[in-house]
Design a protein around this ligand. Structure first.
Ligand code: R5P
Length: 325
C-alpha cells in the first residue's frame, strides 16, 4: 500500500469488537485506536476520538449484536463525533447488522427497522458500510451510500475444504437456499443441496414441514446466516437425522446464542457448530463442539481494497485461492 494513502487512514475498534479490530490491524499493518467513552449517570453515552481525525479516512470495526440497542446508539454517537470532527470518510465495518431480520412488514402495522437503522447510520454521517451476510441482501438498497455485503460462505469455504469427507449442504429454510447453493458451488460439491421446508409460527418459533432433497446416509452441513435462539437449526438437525443423515455439522455466520450454547454442546445428534467472530462470542475451551472462525484476514483484505480503491469482488476469489491447500 502506498504510504500517503496509509497515512490518511485511521482504524478504530469499538469495545465490542476490539480483539477482531486488533487482528485486522495486524493483517494490514495498521495501528488500531480505541475510542474514548463516557457513560453518564442517566445512561447516556459520549464517544469521541482522542486525536484529530480531520480529513482522515476512518474505519470503525464494530457489531450491533447484543445489547443491540446500546451498541447501535454508541455507534451512532461515535459516527456523529467523527462527522463533526471533519473526518473525510467514515467507513463502518459492521460485522453483524442488528435488526436485519426486520426487513419487511410481515403483517399490518409493523415497522421496517432494518431501514430505520440504515437511515440512522447515514444521518449520523456514515459514508460507506462494510458488512457480512446481511440477513436479506436487499437491505443494501435501504442505504443511499455504498454497501459491501460480504459473503460469509467464503470464510466457511476455506475451513470446509480442509475436511476429507463429502457433505450435502442444507439450507434450514427457503430463504437461505441461494446462500447454501453458493457454498456448495464454492466447495465444488457434486452433491445436490437440500432445503428444509420451515414455517414461522410466531416470534422465535418455527415448525418443519419436510426436507426437500436426499440426505439419507450423507454427512450434512446446515448453513445459515444467524443462530439466535437455536430453534431453527436444532429443528433442522432433528429433521435431517430422521431422514437418515449421518454426521451433522452446523455452519452459521453470526452466532448470537441468545439461549446459550449448551443446547448444541449437549445434543448428541450435532457433531460440530462453526460460526465466525462477527458477534464477539468467545470460546475459552468450555465448548468442545464450538469452532469460531476469524474474519480478520477476509475483512483486512476488503478494507485494504477500499483504501486502495481496488476491486472487492477480486478479494473474494483471491481469499479462497490463496488459502487453498
Ligand atoms: C431466519 O430466517 C434466519 O435465517 C435464521 O434462521 C433465524 O434468524 C435463526 O433464528 P433462531 O436461531 O432463533 O431460530
Amino acid at each position: 500500500m502506498q504510504d500517503t494513502k496509509k497515512k490518511n487512514v485511521v482504524i478504530f475498534g469499538m469495545d465490542n469488537s476490539w480483539d477482531l479490530a486488533v487482528e485486522i490491524g495486524k493483517k494490514i499493518d495498521r495501528e488500531v485506536n480505541s475510542i474514548q467513552k463516557t457513560t453518564f449517570a442517566d445512561g447516556e453515552v459520549l464517544l469521541q476520538s482522542n486525536f484529530t481525525v480531520r480529513n482522515k479516512n476512518v474505519f470503525i470495526v464494530c457489531h450491533t449484536a447484543k445489547p443491540v440497542n446500546d451498541n447501535i446508539m454508541s455507534l451512532l454517537v461515535f459516527i456523529d463525533s467523527l462527522k463533526r470532527a471533519s473526518a473525510n470518510t467514515i467507513n463502518v465495518v459492521i460485522t453483524y447488522y442488528g435488526y436485519a431480520r426486520q426487513d419487511r412488514k410481515v403483517s399490518g402495522r409493523q415497522p421496517i427497522s432494518a431501514k430505520l437503522v440504515a437511515d440512522l447510520l447515514s444521518t449520523a454521517g456514515a459514508t460507506k458500510i462494510i458488512t457480512v451476510d446481511l440477513h436479506n441482501p436487499s437491505i443494501q438498497g435501504f442505504f443511499d451510500i455504498p454497501v459491501d455485503d460480504l459473503g460469509g460462505q467464503f470464510i466457511f469455504t476455506n475451513e470446509l475444504r480442509k475436511r476429507k469427507e463429502k457433505f450435502v449442504i442444507v439450507s434450514p429454510d427457503h430463504g437461505g437456499a441461494v446462500r447454501a447453493r453458493q457454498l456448495s458451488e464454492l466447495l465444488e460439491n457434486d452433491e445436490e443441496i437440500a432445503i428444509i421446508d420451515k414455517r414461522r409460527t410466531g416470534p422465535n418459533k418455527s415448525e418443519i414441514l419436510g426436507v426437500l432433497g436426499n440426505v439419507k446416509d450423507k454427512n450434512v452441513i446446515i448453513f445459515d446466516d444467524i443462530i439466535d435462539t437455536g430453534g431453527t437449526i436444532i429443528n433442522a438437525a432433528m429433521a435431517l437425522k430422521k431422514q437418515g443423515a449421518k454426521k451433522i455439522i452446523i455452519a452459521a455466520t453470526h452466532g448470537l446464542f441468545s439461549r446459550g450454547f449448551e443446547m448444541f454442546e449437549n445434543n448428541e445428534i450435532i457433531d460440530e457448530v462453526m460460526i465466525t467472530n462477527s458477534t464477539g462470542i468467545k470460546n475459552t475451551g468450555e465448548y468442545k463442539k464450538l469452532k469460531i472462525l476469524s474474519m480478520a484476514d477476509f475483512l483486512g483484505r476488503v478494507i485494504e481494497a477500499n483504501i486502495n480503491k481496488s476491486s472487492v469482488t477480486e478479494v473474494y476469489y483471491d481469499y479462497i485461492r490463496t488459502n487453498k491447500k
